[in-house]
Design a protein around this ligand. Structure first.
Ligand code: GLU
Length: 313
């Protein structure tokens, strides 16, 4: 672990928060009705370090829908259960280069999802967990969210209802996966559980804690619990580097050089292995689905602290 001077983290956060706050672009997601109604002016940033320091600015304790970032946590649960090789063989580790809910991406690859971080791959990943029914499958996923965040994460009935009553596109994807032999439980069960995993409420501090657990080799720096085997962390981070920011994951790697994951709820978390994690939350999204302010804020902190993984020390 490399300790970064806390005052350096603090000044970087101040500067990043000021710069990103001034941005005005983007628009709340509205294909899920709940998300359209979240106040657009909210903005929070948080950093959590492997030794458990928590730094936060702005609306870092506001609870919002985790959405796509939940894919990383379900991936973690599945890798713990089946191991990295099974995961790679059954789901994949390639960027799709297509939108997160693309049917064409499936059509082009024999109904294989390619990545656990797109909707198809996330539903297939949820289906890999051994469970007798939807509630058992859900319990495993929620338990992983709670252990990674180190806090009593809960499902929002309001978000879940909003998603379950509008997720027809995802149901179609689930059936396509099933028809191609790439769904490992009942497809509607996988879609239901996936929809619930997107509908829990987290804060920027939670996201930074989840990221810091990955930065810390699988040990949650706040609770000190070993949540993941150390060997299971690098494959999770590799998936985040490949497909963490929708179809601009390559741009993010090029400009920031850190594994990260965003969600249409406006959250984003980036992981600097052995150093820290940075998270941001602001609802307005760019055209591919990444929070405008969270991207700018997280990238500015990463740059100020010299965290690009591809830079030699
Ligand atoms: N629940 C959302 C969906 O399935 C999550 C999408 C996202 O954040 O990328 O469309």
């Amino acid at each position: 672990m490399i300790t970064i001077d806390p005052s350096h983290i603090s000044t970087s956060l101040d500067a990043a928060y000021a710069t990103a706050s001034a941005l005005t672009g983007g628009k709340n997601a509205d294909y899920i009705p709940y998300l359209a109604g979240v106040p657009s002016g909210l903005f929070g940033l948080a950093v959590v370090t492997p030794d458990g320091q928590v730094h936060e600015r702005g609306d870092a304790r506001y609870e919002f829908a985790i959405e796509s970032i939940s894919k990383v946590l379900t991936l973690a649960a599945a890798i713990e259960e089946v191991g990295p090789e099974q995961l790679r063989a059954k789901i994949g580790a390639e960027p799709t280069g297509m939108p997160f809910n693309s049917v064409m991406a499936l059509e082009m690859h024999d109904d294989r999802p390619l990545s656990p971080l797109v909707n198809a791959g996330a539903m297939a990943t949820a289906s890999l967990l051994t469970a007798a029914n939807a509630d058992e499958r859900w319990a495993k996923i929620l338990a992983m969210q709670i252990r990674l965040a180190g806090r009593q994460i809960r499902l929002s009935d309001e978000v879940n209802t909003s998603e379950q009553t509008t997720n027809f596109h995802n149901r179609a994807i689930a059936w396509l996966l099933y028809s191609g032999g790439n769904m490992f439980c009942d497809p509607m069960e996988a879609c239901d559980v996936y929809t619930r995993q997107c509908s829990t409420l987290v804060t920027a501090v939670d996201l930074a804690t989840i990221g810091a657990t990955l930065a810390n080799g699988g040990i949650n720096p706040v609770t000190r619990e070993r949540v993941l085997k150390a060997d299971n962390v690098p494959p999770i981070l590799a998936e985040m580097m490949m497909e963490g920011l929708y179809d601009t994951s390559g741009d993010w790697a090029f400009q920031v050089g850190l594994p990260a994951k965003s969600g249409v709820g406006g959250g984003l978390v980036a992981v600097a292995p052995g150093r820290l994690a940075i998270a941001g939350f602001a609802p307005p999204l760019d055209p591919v689905g990444n929070s405008v302010k969270a991207q700018a804020g997280v990238a500015a902190v990463a740059k100020a602290l010299g965290l690009n993984l591809f830079r030699s020390a």
